[in-house]
Design a protein around this ligand. Structure first.
Ligand code: IMP
Length: 235
């Protein structure tokens, strides 16, 4: 993995243009790419340029955004990163999912809490299962007409109330499950080597969130994909 990352840095230019207006996403991607010695810059496009497509999966949304953003890259060799993410609540059959942006702008965190109001238990493990949710992200990197895709998921549960003001979006209502020493998500009854101890992403800083984050996992997956492709194509 480390060799793969070095290779990635060697052959790519140093800047990734990230199509996002979300400073929280930019901060998270910056932490990730900084580990690779790369800089992430925000690709600014005129208002109304990118139209969010009506699609049922995150990858289709991200791919559609890549196509729309290509004309706005600063030069032909530039790399473009697009990411689409959402919150998938098990008890709501995956809602809001691809509609997360709309749900956040309309019902917000308080609305999601209200939708799950009836799902309570004295038993903390059962409560976590009833309120299970996951963040999912798909990252798409475009470089010279090639498209690489990475997928990431972070499992957890919806908090009983809004907790904390760090991060963005649904962070103040999402408590990640603990991770084992390999960074794998554990079932809610297990204590892991990495835990937020019941705190939401809104209560921990970006560095802690990054270790659990669906965004980090999607980017890791994307870089692995790149490395696999290189090994397959040969030197
Ligand atoms: P987007 O379309 O990928 O920008 O995200 C859809 C919605 O999910 C937005 O309302 C975001 O605020 C929310 N969202 C995406 N990723 C995260 C996250 O890491 N934490 C909290 N909310 C998120």
């Amino acid at each position: 993995m480390v060799i793969g990352r070095r290779l990635f840095v060697d052959i790519m230019s140093n800047t990734v243009w990230f199509l996002t207006s979300n400073s929280g996403k930019l901060a998270e991607a910056s932490v990730h790419f900084a580990e690779l010695g790369m800089e992430v810059k925000c690709l600014e496009v005129p208002d109304g340029t990118i139209v969010e497509p009506q699609a049922t999966d995150l990858e289709a949304v991200a791919r559609a955004k890549i196509q729309q953003a290509l004309d706005h890259l600063p030069h032909d060799n530039a790399m473009l990163l697009v990411e689409d993410a959402g919150l998938f609540v098990s008890a709501l059959d995956g809602f809001p999912g691809v509609y997360s942006s709309y749900a956040y702008d309309t019902i917000g965190n308080q609305g999601v809490i209200r939708l799950l109001e009836h799902l309570q238990s004295e038993d903390p493990v059962r409560a976590k299962r009833l309120r299970a949710a996951s963040f999912k992200a798909v990252s798409v990197l475009w470089k010279n007409g090639e498209v690489l895709i990475g997928r990431g998921e972070c499992q957890g549960s919806i908090a009983p109330q809004i907790q904390g003001a760090e991060g963005f979006g649904f962070d103040p209502i999402f408590i990640p499950y603990d991770l084992d020493e390999d960074g794998q998500s554990l079932d809610p009854e297990n204590l892991g080597s990495l835990s937020t101890h019941g705190r939401t992403f809104g209560e921990v800083g970006v560095e802690v969130k990054h270790r659990f984050s669906h965004r980090k996992r999607a980017l890791d997956d994307l870089l692995n994909e790149w490395q696999n492709q290189r090994s397959h194509d040969g030197p």
